[in-house]
Design a protein around this ligand. Structure first.
Ligand code: MIG
Length: 824
């Protein structure tokens, strides 16, 4: 059987399918409704072709659609993405008419037409159409669309088609090298190692099969929870329809109704998990290089940062810190005493992060090699025996092919093996292995190559018959590739939680599947040091934010190729407000640390890094909002102004939270640019000059200036300048107050210990402040703080910003009690 498969594969050449060029309308369509069954939370439709469709009412604005073609829905129901299944059933009703069946919740009216089987989602109050099937759900019984030889267990291609509105816009799908609005585009999800990718390259590293549709200011969301290679077409192959499908698995999607995108993102976070708070220092500036070694060079980089008065919280060790790329070891010549190193750097306020790849060096022990006895195997010579390989073999945690052979891909260590992260015990083992890092004071873990990349072949061909345990299903690569990184990140996160229960884990990943935000932050992989690549940062970061991944960033200055001072400076003017701000560079290219192009550029970069640290109270407050509500901090303007069509294609500017709008320069030799300001009034951050929004303004943008505007009516909480988190207390907190037309402004400030998981148990402080204009000045009202975290005594400073040069400033001692402060 396996031989036969293999020869068939070589005959067919396992071609990668170009489904976008195919016509999904030729698929078999699901049969008409014959009968229905109702339970307290579901309606099941039995169809003429023996197919079954089940609608589950999870919330008034959240309906799951699950279909099984030509056979009943299986009882097995498992997804690695889903975080929650304990939904309390909302009020809903069912009514049957001759032509259709209607499910009604407080927010949604779902109309299922019996023949042909078509689903419509309407607003329960207005009955307006939100989204409708263009054709019945469909499947490929003949196997013409998917190359089923790729995975004999995959089953068939499944697809759903949706009508496209004349003015409908599409957003989301996670990490895509694409513009913000995805209308007329099409995409494939198949996690891929794609160094040097440019606009239009698809797929790249991650799979987040979640998108938003927006038409006439009304938004809905669709999460197609299927980990097989999947396809999304937003009017590319036909102007009539959007469709999504996958090369196997179930037609299984969740329909979210807004109408606001923010509400959908909250529900999506409820369903697939909220991002936990990372440590506050993760918002600090980070520096990396492939690779800094030995230890003295690491110290030199840190010294350079400190001597030059440049802020730095984190330094990264790329793959050369290991013994011959063996994960969970240190090269003892380059890093003889990693613990001493992390302690030394710790005194400088710098933390170390190590890269960890999934490839475990394939290394059967040399005969008669002595068993290691040390409690610290990571610091022992590994050339005779490699403890990670040996333990993994003994426990049988590595992946095998269908014919039971060990799967041996080639990655950085040469021949290697991969862990089957679908095995709970293997995940636990992998997590516990991080003791090798935690015991040496390593602060966080950077997961790379987890698509999983394989030098033998990057398309997955070499892995097609690799079997994963998958909750007993023993499924193959076609199903498991896209969740590999999710499960590796999960193993890592849970390991860090166990090893250091009093500290928040900090994990960074390259590849992902939906749900990744529960375990890991991300960066956008191997970009280029080009202006085009820089311009991609904004639609990519904002799109990730619209896809449930708030903690994002990109190698500042670009990864591949030679940069220059102007590009690097402009890159910092984008990333100094991105959650992940890390300069990183490929091994064989030119140096790119902030000082490498001379003092002129370094001085400007310093200014932005210093400003980032001053803005930490504001950034941290918006980050906590992302954790709690699913609404990202790095936002497309449209997220705050969903009713303004001028924002629907706007992806060369962004907002941080609700209040700060940034319009970076993304081209060389430019010193001025147009900025769209939405309705309301705006203050130029640099000059305090006021603008009326709802229009384009021309803004000065010499190299030292990134156009930046503050929404009138907001208050930006800021801290003192510092060179690393914790260098000094956040004292005073300065509230920069930008009054609106009525003289009012308000905000909240979120604080906690920045390090421990105690915030989950209420150890935080949320302070609301509201400012009103009164005769002769302003009154600020501090509410009674929420939560039981006490930041200790400090001063609060209130600054009224106005176009006039005179600034009113009042400073008071903060004792955490509600009060009124007069600013005169
Ligand atoms: O095959 O670890 O995206 O950030 O420096 C390249 C070496 C492997 C790819 C990562 C990049 C990292 C590099 N890695």
């Amino acid at each position: 059987m396996i031989k036969l498969l293999a020869s068939l594969c070589s005959l067919t050449g396992l071609s990668v399918v170009l489904v976008s060029a195919q016509d999904v309308t030729h698929l078999e369509k699901i049969g008409p409704v014959i009968s229905i069954e109702k339970s307290s939370t579901t309606v099941t439709f039995n169809c003429g072709d023996k197919s079954q469709v089940r609608l589950t009412i999870l919330a008034p604005d959240l309906i799951r659609v699950r279909a099984s073609f030509t056979k009943p829905i299986p009882t097995r129901d498992h997804s690695w993405a889903i975080a929650r299944d304990d939904w309390s059933t909302p009020r809903w009703s069912l009514s049957e008419a001759a032509e259709s069946i209607t499910i009604l919740t407080d927010e949604l009216e779902v109309v299922v037409r019996r023949s042909p089987f078509m689903i419509e989602f309407r607003d329960a109050r207005t009955h307006d159409l939100i989204n409708a099937d263009e054709q019945p759900m469909a499947y490929d019984a003949k196997g013409t669309l998917a190359d089923r030889m790729f995975d004999p267990k995959a089953g068939m291609f499944v697809a759903a088609t949706k009508k496209i509105g004349f003015d409908e816009h599409f957003y989301g799908l996670g990490e895509k090298a694409a513009r913000l609005d995805k209308r007329r585009d099409s995409f494939v999800n198949w996690n891929s190692d794609t160094p040097g990718y440019t606009l239009g390259k698809d797929p790249i590293y991650q799979t987040i099969p979640f998108y938003l549709g927006l038409q006439h200011t009304v938004a809905y969301g669709i999460f197609f929870d299927n980990s097989y290679r999947s396809y999304f077409d937003f009017g590319h192959s036909s102007q009539q329809r959007a469709w999504f499908g996958a090369e196997g698995g179930e037609m299984n999607y969740y329909f979210f109704y807004g109408p606001s995108i923010k509400k959908i993102l909250g529900r999506y976070a409820d369903l697939t998990g909220h991002m936990p708070m990372p440590p506050l220092w993760a918002l600090g500036n980070q520096q990396s290089r492939w690779s800094y070694y030995p230890d003295t060079m690491v110290e030199e980089v840190v010294r350079e940062y400190r001597n030059r008065d440049l802020p730095l919280d984190v330094l990264h060790l790329d793959i050369d810190y290991m013994q011959g790329y063996r994960v969970f070891t240190f090269d003892t010549k380059r890093f003889p005493d990693p613990k001493a190193l992390t302690e030394k750097l710790g005194r400088e306020g710098v933390k170390l992060i190590t890269i960890v790849d999934p490839g475990v060096k394939y290394q059967p022990p040399v005969p008669n090699a002595v068993q290691l006895t040390s409690g610290m195997p990571e610091l022992q010579p590994q050339d005779q025996r490699y403890y990670v390989y040996e333990e993994g073999i003994k426990k049988n945690y590595f992946q095998h092919r269908m014919n039971a052979e060990l799967f041996i891909p080639r990655v950085w260590p040469g021949e290697a093996v991969f862990v089957d992260y679908t095995l709970p015990d293997a995940r636990r083992w992998w997590g516990d292995l991080h003791r090798a890092y935690m015991d040496n004071g390593i602060a966080g873990i950077w997961n790379d190559m987890n698509e999983p990349s394989d030098f033998v072949d990057q398309t997955g061909k070499n892995q097609f018959d690799v079997v994963s345990f998958d909750e007993g299903e023993k499924s193959t690569h076609a199903k498991n590739r896209n969740v590999f990184a999710l499960l590796m990140a999960r193993a890592t996160y849970e390991g860090l939680e166990r090893l250091r229960p009093n500290q928040r884990p900090y994990v960074i990943t390259r590849a992902a599947y939906a749900g990744i935000q529960r375990y890991s932050t991300m960066w956008t992989g191997d970009t280029n040091s080009t202006w085009d690549s820089l311009a991609l940062n904004i639609p990519m970061f904002t799109t990730l934010g619209l896809s449930g991944e708030p903690f994002v960033g990109s190698d500042v200055g670009g990864f591949m190729g030679r940069g220059n001072g102007e590009l690097l400076t402009r890159a910092y003017q984008v990333s100094f407000l991105a959650p992940f701000c890390r300069n990183h560079k490929v091994i064989d290219s030119y140096d790119q640390e902030p000082w490498r192009f001379g003092k002129y550029y370094e001085d400007i970069i310093r200014k932005y890094l210093k400003l980032r640290y001053q803005l930490l109270p504001f950034l941290y407050t918006t980050l906590e909002e992302a954790h709690r509500t699913g609404v990202p901090l790095f936002r497309p303007v449209l997220l705050n102004y969903q009713d303004d069509p001028n924002t629907y294609n706007l992806d060369d500017e962004f907002m941080i939270g609700n209040d700060l709008l940034v319009a970076p320069v993304l081209k060389p030799d430019v010193t001025r640019r147009l900025v769209y300001l939405p309705r309301g009034s705006w203050y130029d951050y640099w000059t305090n000059k006021k603008y009326e929004g709802g229009t384009m303004v021309s803004s000065d943008a010499p190299l030292e200036t990134v156009p930046m505007f503050v929404r009138a009516g907001s208050i930006i909480p800021m801290g003192p300048q510092m060179n690393y988190v914790g260098e000094k207390p956040s004292d005073p907190i300065t509230f920069a107050i930008y009054p609106d037309e009525k003289g009012s402004a308000s905000t909240t400030l979120y604080e906690d210990d920045g390090l421990s998981p105690a915030y989950k148990e209420g150890a935080f402080r949320r302070t609301t402040i509201a400012v009103k204009q009164v005769a002769g000045g302003y009154n600020a009202t501090l509410s009674a703080p929420e939560g039981r975290y006490n930041p200790g005594p400090r001063k609060l400073s209130f600054v009224i910003i106005s176009e006039q040069a005179t600034r009113k400033v009042v400073t008071v001692a903060d004792d955490g009690s509600p009060r009124k402060i007069e600013i005169k």
